[in-house]
Design a binder for this molecule. Structure first.
Ligand code: FES
Length: 208
């Protein structure tokens, strides 16, 4: 048996070769971990910037909404809702336009009165039930006013005779305009039967 003699050089040759072969790998391995911290270092500020933009957007939307609400409130203050109601004083025509015995309904919807030529007097009867304020209807066939809400009934002259209402309909001031001879009605002034006001000369126009 012959023993092969190995010189120190021979015994270290493979190690040297392996060292030489692993040198590039070591270099790569040394480089690889170094890349990660670099990436992490750039990611952190990016998230922070996004968050900052998000909060800025939320704040801006909130600010805009608040300003919008203030402007709306200011606009409502400067230009409040206005109720346009028909004038309380108006003309309805000449006495000859209202024949005897007729309940004229032409002014009920627009002005809330019936013009009635009854028993030698022209009157302006206010179309509001004296029970709880519903608008009664004139029933020509039954010759009476009837309230649809609770059934109060009134004669042609406005006196109540049925239902829960405690008193007659009210009359408005009525007169002749001396300038043009037209009938002038003024709802701002009312005449109540129960207070004896229906004989007041301002509550009717005498007709033949
Ligand atoms: S409101 Fe007319 S009867 Fe009640």
């Amino acid at each position: 048996m012959t023993e092969e003699k190995r010189t120190p050089t021979d015994s270290h040759a493979p190690d040297a070769a392996s060292d030489t072969a692993s040198a590039p790998a070591k270099a790569v391995a040394a480089k690889a971990p170094a890349a990660k911290p670099a990436k992490a270092a750039t990611a952190a500020p990016e998230i922070t910037r996004r968050g900052l933009f998000s909060w800025a957007a939320v704040a801006w939307v909130g600010f805009t909404a608040a300003i919008g609400g203030c402007m709306t409130a200011f606009g409502r203050f400067m230009f409040p809702n206005v109720l346009f109601e028909p004038p309380t004083s108006f003309k309805v025509g000449k006495p000859d336009d209202f024949p005897p015995g007729v309940v004229d309904e032409r002014f009920k919807d627009a002005n809330g009165v019936w013009i009635i030529n009854n028993e030698g007097r022209l009157t302006a009867l206010i179309a509001i039930c004296t029970h709880l304020g519903c608008p009664p209807a004139w029933l020509e066939a039954q010759n009476k006013f009837k309230c649809p809400c609770h059934g109060s009934g009134y004669y042609k002259n406005g006196i109540n005779f049925e239902g829960p209402t405690p008193r007659p309909l009210e009359r408005a001031k009525i007169s002749i305009d001396p300038d043009d001879g037209q009938i002038l009605v003024d709802k701002a002034q009312k005449y109540l039967w129960e207070q004896g006001q229906w004989d007041d000369p301002s509550s009717f126009i005498a007709v033949s």
